[in-house]
Design a protein around this ligand. Sequence first.
Ligand SMILES: [Zn+2]
Length: 435
Amino acid sequence: MSRPRDARLSPAPDPNREPRWRKTALASTPKLDPSRLREENRRVLLNLIWSEREISRAELARETGLARSTVSAIAAELLETHLVVELGAGDSSGGRRPIVLGFNDEAFGLLGIDMGATHVGVAVTNLRGQVRSWMKRPHDVRDDPAGTIALIDTLITEVLGATSWTQNKLLGIGLAAPCPIDPANPNQLSTLVLPAWSEHDLVGTLRTTYGLPVYLDNDANLGALAELWWGAGIDCDDLAFLKLATGVGGGFIVGGSLYRGAAGIAGEVGHLVLDPEGALCMCGMRGCLVTQVGTVALVSQAEHLLSMGLPSTLRGNAVSLATLLEAVHTNDAVACDVVRRAGRQLGVAIANLLNLMNPDRVVLSGGITRAGAGLTEPLIEMLRGRALFSARAKTQVLISELGASGVALGAATQVLAALLNETLETQTLTLKEAS
Ligand SMILES: [Zn+2]
């Protein structure tokens, strides 16, 4: 899944590089019959209006090389969908002032559901990736499918209530799941990871209940997608996103699109083996990254250091990620040591990732990133000795700024990508009904 360029959000564009929509249009045009050609032209114009936000028909014709009459006819169709609106007269270079067309970010709403192993979050966004409402509750998703589905329904009602948008305004639902999604079965949750869900068709249930298209993907993939469209990856085409929590997930963007691998497993950074003789992982292997930097590992390392008698403000209470991070901010020696070790282990894993994949950006998210420099400084130090100079020279390691709703935003973004790509199921029907 790739996103069109947003000229206003990107820093200085590379003059040698053509916008992606143009390359696609030129590459596919010769093979198209007349009706497909019109659809393709409409897709190109819709994307250009979205990325430029404001543009006249004459500028559209100039940018795309399409005839003015073709642009006008397609613009009339787009105005009917309410996705595009007329904004009034723009500047003239002589002669009549042109009417400027704009993309209507508020025309429709998108729902993003972030279903983790132990939480459910639901966001509603506009068509520019702005989260209008976001709610999250802890829940035993892994073992309670019926309760999870009920909670999703409740949260959808609540987020819509908070925006005063009705269900009719929604274009589709994006769903993030805490398991790999097999490209051969794109609507199914993995029963290996979520065995209790084997009798439940979540995508089908949501489709039936809400009468909307539903798009499912892995949660870390959708975190990566959110960074590509709206976050740290907005001006790059190759990024690795790491979600550091109870588990450690990863999502890869390669050449501007999500890379899933043959069976949807790509990005399972948490099961990179760092120590073949290490602790047993839930996956059955030993010494995986998650056994060293997952939340359970961090807590047990802190408890181990406390048992050795080291002075610490953590002593006397149950250690959790929250208390650990609080202690890091007061320079507690035990907490800082745990985070430093995690940074070093992550550094080893990311060094391997840089040598393999050479991304522009590595974006870290999840609770432990709140430790800030305490985590990233030892991490970057480890890269120096372990990643090839040329593999790390241009790579930035950043902490995500999208916040807790990032994965839900990525889930909703799947719907926007389908809309702009004109592949949204029942697109014509939905848009006309909503008008
Ligand atoms: Zn493992």
